[in-house]
Design a protein around this ligand. Structure first.
Ligand code: SF4
Length: 344
């Protein structure tokens, strides 16, 4: 992990935001890509949001990328220097208690506890606490306990003893007290671990009341111009993928559309006069709280509309890397084997 032992708040912050909801193996290449494109927070603040989103493409949860960019601009209003304490770090876009604690302790040595999934698991098991870790009551209890355990003082090679402790407890959760098959037999705390002594290790930590999922059906229309450009539309606020580009769409919550309904919905494109190239078998795309069922239709226009509605744009196929597109669109565009399914 290239950010290990890092003391630069910009680099720590970058790694923390990238690693939220991302595996280390995948996050590492993005971390290096971002550092190469934006070596300092000043470079990141100067970038266009569309460039940041394009670089982020493939990581998902795009609000993180937008917040990354916004926070860089906030830092510029502070003279280009990161806030140097937990409370002020919390004011940055996208920086929650976990990231603020990580930056404050690893960069500045502030004795504040980090509380991520690993720490919740270790504390809930070691102290045998069944308060739900995804509810306010659990948050309060674990935050108080975690904070009481953070040491003061110094530690060689770290910004402080607190920084060393935070790193150690997270590593311990990731490697020894793991979600499945924790290594209790060789654990150095097995003599004093409460959950091990009462047999509750497997049921901790407790999570309550999962959020209900919802289904959405997307009929995407991939429209090509007479000169081979692709029609894309920037997604607006208040829904998934804000700021990314996808195709013209007809959405439903209970099933895919028929071709006549699709062509009527997009009558400004005069699809009835266009060449219909075919459709593809539907795919399922799973997001955190939604299941998307996605079907693609492809048309080639005989005449392009003179004026495009707001948000639409023609993009040359070779310039697609200039905008961010959702993963499901990227896969569709990249997977040439699926083109065989077109019947036109
Ligand atoms: S004994 Fe098992 S459950 Fe307890 S802290 Fe060690 S690894 Fe975790």
């Amino acid at each position: 992990m290239p950010w290990r032992g890092e003391r630069d708040p910009y680099r720590i912050w970058l790694s923390e935001i990238i690693l939220q909801q991302t595996r280390v193996a995948q996050g590492t290449s993005y971390y290096l890509k971002f550092l190469a494109a934006y070596p300092t927070v000043i470079d990141l603040a100067k970038a266009k949001e569309t460039e940041v989103l394009a670089l982020w493409q493939g990581l998902g949860y795009y609000s993180r990328a937008r917040n990354l960019h916004k926070a860089a601009q906030q830092v510029m209003t502070l003279g280009g220097t990161f806030p140097d304490n937990y409370q002020d770090l919390l004011a940055l876009a996208g920086v929650g208690p976990y990231s603020a604690a990580a930056i404050a302790s690893f960069a500045y040595g502030e004795p504040v506890a980090v509380l991520d999934g690993n720490v919740y698991r270790v504390l809930s098991r070691y102290f045998n606490i069944d308060a739900p870790i995804n509810k306010p009551v659990g948050h309060r209890l674990f935050r108080k306990l975690a904070q009481e355990l953070v040491p003061n003082g110094r530690a060689k090679g770290y910004a402080s003893a607190a920084a060393a402790y935070n790193q150690a407890i997270m590593d311990f959760g990731a490697t020894v007290c793991t979600p499945k098959k924790p290594q209790c037999g060789t654990c150095p705390f097995s003599d004093s671990c409460e959950a091990l002594s009462v047999g509750t290790v497997a049921s901790l930590p407790v999570k309550e009341g999962k959020i209900k999922r919802r289904d959405r059906y997307f009929d995407y229309v991939d429209v090509r111009s007479t000169t081979g450009e692709i029609l894309l539309k920037e997604r607006g606020a208040g829904d998934i993928w804000q700021g990314l580009f996808d195709f013209a769409i007809l959405e439903s919550k209970d099933g895919f559309a028929e071709r006549p309904a699709l062509e009527k919905h997009l009558d400004w494109l005069s699809l009835k006069q266009a060449t219909f190239c075919g459709t593809r078998p539907p795919v399922k795309h799973v997001l955190s709280h939604q299941d998307l069922y996605v079907q693609f239709w492809r048309y080639e226009l005989a005449d392009e509309p003179k004026v495009l509605p707001k948000g639409y744009r023609w993009i040359k196929e070779g310039n697609l890397d200039q905008v961010g597109v959702p993963r499901v669109i990227e896969r569709y565009l990249n997977d040439s084997t699926l083109l065989l399914d077109f019947n036109g």
